[in-house]
Design a protein around this ligand. Structure first.
Ligand code: HSE
Length: 437
């Protein structure tokens, strides 16, 4: 049986998971791939902390070059994270004609187009199943299983930290700060949680999915991103009363000559299965023309779910190697020459429905004033509700709009904020209720 040598760069949580799974599932992997997947060397600056892996013949070294420059190593797994050293090591590994497997979504979202070119020039593979949705086989699904489909849209919950926080606020009425603290204590959220709660991690993942779905260059910079910091228990409660759940969604939709790509808190109805995805779980709903709706649900993070996805890439590459094939499936699902830049719709051009909550003065004419400004800006209101108790002379007024243009909404809200009819900034949450089976 052919032996394929593997090196790991970075022996933290994911690196340990990959080493563990390679060791624990040695026989299963051999019988499924027809190759011996030999973990030859692991490199990490910390070689002394005890990890719960029986290394056997695997060497643990502090110098990454001993992995990157080892002529016997076929596949290098990067589990360092970040965009500096990881990028440098991946580039060196690709140039040394090693296949690379990574879980690093920030790196693929930010530098993927260049890395793909380097991999192509060196005739090696670059694989990143673990970069989006943890264990869910979304990359393989888009590149292979759905190859005969036009992907019309994708809506996804891709950040376990945000989903945990929103679920916590919804279930027990916690405020955002308390829910965040709880997520940090449970190890979901980082001490510096911005990457997750401000939506950037979700945007990284959406940039990757859009590229695979539509044959477009990876484009992170034009994705609209809004996180969950301003979501209050009041809005979650009111949303529930109207039959909606608030989720941080990644939304990607194809139009004739552009795509929509946006990440923001979104109100979705109970008919949308994503509304039942709770706690730290992730899910991706794909609407494609031949399949209709397809959904993947699973753990978006964690040692073993992530390691499972990394192993699926290792096994794919190992199978290619033993069949004498290189790069059987294009890295971004389309041969590189077929990948085009596709513009992302500027957010001001978006048409959708909206939930507004105003803290309105409780005196005659206020509602007429607010609705008047909305009307002057073409925004048609479907329903108006005065909800909750009067506080400091103000009452919460909620309005649900018909479809309106984002630019009109932002202009109207600015005008409303300038009047003395409302206090503070109005709350705006976009509604996505187009889910069809
Ligand atoms: N920080 C991410 C999350 C996990 O909270 O889902 C890794 O992508």
């Amino acid at each position: 049986m052919k032996t394929i040598n593997i090196g790991i760069l970075g022996y933290g949580v994911v690196g340990v998971g990959v080493a563990k799974l390679l060791k624990q599932k040695k026989q299963l992997l051999e019988s499924r791939t027809g190759a011996v997947l030999n973990l030859k060397t692991i490199a990490d600056i910390d070689t002394t902390t005890k990890r719960e892996v029986e290394l056997g013949t695997t060497a643990l070294v502090s110098d990454a070059n001993l992995v990157i420059n080892d002529p016997e190593i076929d596949i290098i797994v990067e589990t360092i994270g970040g965009e500096t050293i990881a990028r440098e090591f991946i580039l060196k590994a690709l140039e040394n004609k090693k296949h690379v497997v990574t879980a690093n979504k920030a790196l693929i979202a930010g530098y993927g187009n260049d890395l793909v070119k380097v991999a192509r020039d060196n005739l090696v593979d670059l694989a990143f199943e673990a970069s989006v949705g943890g264990c869910m086989p979304i990359i393989k699904s888009l590149r292979e299983s759905l190859v005969a489909n036009d992907i019309k849209s994708m809506s996804a919950i891709l950040n376990g930290t945000c989903n945990y926080i929103l679920t916590k606020i919804s279930k027990d009425g916690s405020g955002f700060e308390d829910a965040l603290k709880d997520a940090q204590e449970l190890g979901y959220a980082e001490a510096e949680p911005s990457l997750d709660i401000d939506g950037f991690d979700t945007a990284h993942k959406l940039a990757i999915l859009n590229s695979l779905a539509h044959g477009m260059e990876i484009n992170l910079k034009d994705i609209y991103v809004e996180g969950i910091r301003n979501i209050t228990p009041v809005d979650i409660k009111l949303a529930k009363e109207f039959g909606y759940t608030i989720k941080l969604l990644a939304i990607g939709k194809i139009h004739e000559d552009h795509v929509e790509a946006r990440v923001h808190p979104t109100m979705i109805p109970a008919s949308n299965p994503l509304s039942y995805v709770d706690k730290s779980m992730n899910a991706i709903a794909i609407d494609a023309d031949a399949t209709g709706q397809t959904m993947l649900y699973g753990h978006g993070a964690g040692m073993m779910p992530t390691a499972s996805a990394v192993l699926s890439d290792i096994a794919d590459i190992a199978r290619n190697i033993i069949s004498g094939i290189k790069r059987r499936v294009p890295i971004l699902g389309y041969p590189e020459d077929n990948i085009k830049p596709v513009p992302i719709l500027p957010m001001e051009e978006l048409y959708t429905r909206y939930y507004f909550r105003f803290e309105a003065q409780d005196h005659p004419g206020v509602l007429a004033k607010i609705s008047g400004i909305l009307g002057e800006n073409n925004i048609s209101i479907k329903s108006v509700h005065q909800k909750g108790k009067k506080r400091n002379g103000k009452v919460p007024v909620v309005m649900i709009s018909h479809t309106a243009k984002e630019a009109w909404v932002q202009k109207a809200l600015k005008e409303i904020s300038k009047t003395d009819s409302v206090a503070g900034r109005p709350v705006v949450i976009r509604i996505e209720d187009t889910y069809q089976e």
